[in-house]
Design a protein around this ligand. Sequence first.
Ligand code: 7RM
Length: 631
Amino acid sequence: MKKINSYEEYLSNYEKSIEDPTVFWSDIAKTFHWHKQWDNVLEWNFDEPSINWFKGAKLNITENCLDRHLDSNADKTAIIWEPNDPKESAQHISYEELHQRVGIAAQMLKNNGVNKGDRVCLYMPMIPELAIAVLACARIGAIHSVIFAGFSAKALSDRVNDATAKVLLTADYGVRATKKIPLKEIADNALESCATIEKVIVFKRLDGSVNMKADRDFWWEDEILKVNGVSAKVESMDAEDELFILYTSGSTGQPKGVVHSTAGYMVYAEYSFRNVFQYNDKDIYWCTADIGWITGHSYIIYGPLLAGATTLMFEGVPTWPNPGRFWEVVDKYQVSLFYTAPTAIRALQACDLSFVDKHNLSSLRVLGSVGEPINEEAWKWYHINIGKGNCPIVDTWWQTETGGIMIAPLAGITPLKPAFATLPLPGIQPCLVDADGNEIEGNDVEGNLCVKFPWPSMLRTTWGDHDRCKLTYFSTYKDKYFTGDGCKRDEDGFYRITGRVDDVMNISGHRIGTAEVECAINTHETVVESAVVGYPHDIKGQGIYAYVICTVFDDESLMKKEIIQQIIKEIGPIAKPDKIQIVSGLPKTRSGKIMRRILRKVAEGDTSNLGDTSTLLDPSVVEEIKIGAIK
Ligand code: 7RM
């Protein structure tokens, strides 16, 4: 696949992609390996919604990730694995070895009863076997659902049940910094309420000192041996067959299973990877995300492997054994393309600069950012101290639902503006709409961000509930996909995403619904009601502020500890509130709606002007909340 080489070429490609999307995307799709060509490039309607890309085509995405590279690049490193502990050995897995290990793991799944269309849940640490398991599922047409290994047993069981998964892949433990995470034990607790799971396959990351349930639990290593080195037959998939489910938070308490399909996701993953990062075949590419999130799916596994790149997988954390770990790893492997989250940048920015200056970093060519708006200060720190002023920063805006990067500079090609995601990729037609749903034309404007034409990697449905997909994304504005984000378009037509306009928070780049946290808090027996809002946080981007009404309690600090425990149990540590305020009432309108605007203001520490409170049922609760506000 050829990449765009100049700004003029970007502009002309963009124009072509809008004028004739069919020709544009079929030219790109031709560079992949297909068992059968498509009959039609695009059939769509946003009302249902019904989206078909490359209808009638047959393919397997893993042949495009692996087999396709074997003739010329069998010995090239596909995956570099850097362990949590720098004293442990790293791994270098070539394309040839990865191809073989995926084929064998795929046969292992077959031997354990997994067939095309079955759901397989993956609750695993950041180890090569996770990438291998993802690809093994895709090899035999099983639908993978990766569940972030920081989620609690309750969150895991909810996702397993929603997907009615047949098999769970996990590990004895995960390791992060000095912590040992008992993944198998958490999975055991989750599975007490999961009737559909027939088998659990457990990878031994540590010593294997865990309970194994007879006839249900099997060791990965044993199951692999039983395959006798024979690879599974590749499944020929329809273009629109589901590739994976990935759960993400929305404005209700229940996470949605976002469904991506095969061909369109594949085409867009490679196209966006090559163009945004301006990948060339000598690059060493590192995305620090977790595979439990969409960034890991599209830009640790699929995008880079489709492009035949070397992709680095890191098991550890940015600050252990010291805050220079990222930069040590960059030097160790001569990383040239580096993709991380603003929260990580801000956390490292807060540490001593000597942790950066000890390292050379001259291998770096392109820096990336994803997950939340990057503030100007962090942008500059990243640009000067990490990129030494020489590396373009690609601020990439996209979502679990979009499958791939939508608005971003092409590295070294698109003019940069700090804190701007800049311009849409070819094929992407963003628009801003006002409160009445009318499109806002022209520049120097602000509105809600929508997309008005399909792109290949867009979500197709939400698992088990197509109406929910329609309602959440395609009903707010007619004939448009609604992102949930607010956005500005400046005088030059450049886009700056300003943050969510719905009840979704972004905590350290993790998407968490306020309703999810409220549901978790409300499971505490003495809690009557709660309201959760996000507020600006120096490192995390947003912090969580919870207002809670309780019946009796003796010890306020004990009560708060119990609430936190409840959230860890229901969701996981990522959803822990930063501040909890016990209140006797919440500001409600006469119709019973909580006025979150007021709660957000108080959480921000700005109580000088709370706006119009005349519609409140009981204005005195606001006074009490102001007095008790947590600094
Ligand atoms: C890739 C990912 C999606 C939400 C999205 C935005 C926010 C992501 C940026 C950003 C400003 C960015 N998927 N977001 N990237 N906001 N600038 N470059 O993060 O589904 O987990 O989250 O994240 O609000 O809607 S996600």
